[in-house]
Write a new protein. Sequence first.
Length: 207
Amino acid sequence: MLTKNVIPNYASIKVPNTSKATLKTQKKVSIIRIKDEIKFLYMKKEKLNKELYQVHLKVAQEWGNTWHIIRNGIHESINREMDKKYNYIKQKLNKLEHTQTSTPKHVKAFYPRVINNTNIKFNADELKLLNKGLKYNLSYKKKNWIQTLALETETAITQLPRQEQECIRARAAHSIQKLYKQQSANKQYNSNQAKKEYRTINQIKES
């Protein structure tokens, strides 16, 4: 919410709009309220994670080798509920963003993204790709990209606090499984356009 610059209803503070200073103070108060709520939720999350960790150890000891089967069933159920919850939150956030984001009154002039100061002559395809900007992510995927993603994800998870690892690992596995199913359902995952962009970027590197 803070990154999108929107204020939820619970943090909205209503005061008489008599001056710009009042509006500025009102916004600061709302931001402080949101930050306090975020801190509270992180504390609540940490407490729940510790309790879940203790329960996990106790149940694993009681059920032995059958615990991983039970755990997988629990994770699938939790992931379905989490998806519903996240979709609901996303809809609320989009609604707030739509109602609180004002349309700019003045249209800004945009300049070309690419200014060629070299003696290299780029063709139309190369310029089109360069104009998409440095943050553009090529849609082309290498053959074993899912396996690489899984290994990188596991490496990142091991850097997290121990009590949070299992929860994050389950969510990551769920997301990677969805990507694998999408790729399996569509063997032509790399479209002709994606392959063309990949070849073009290689041509630019060789220039």
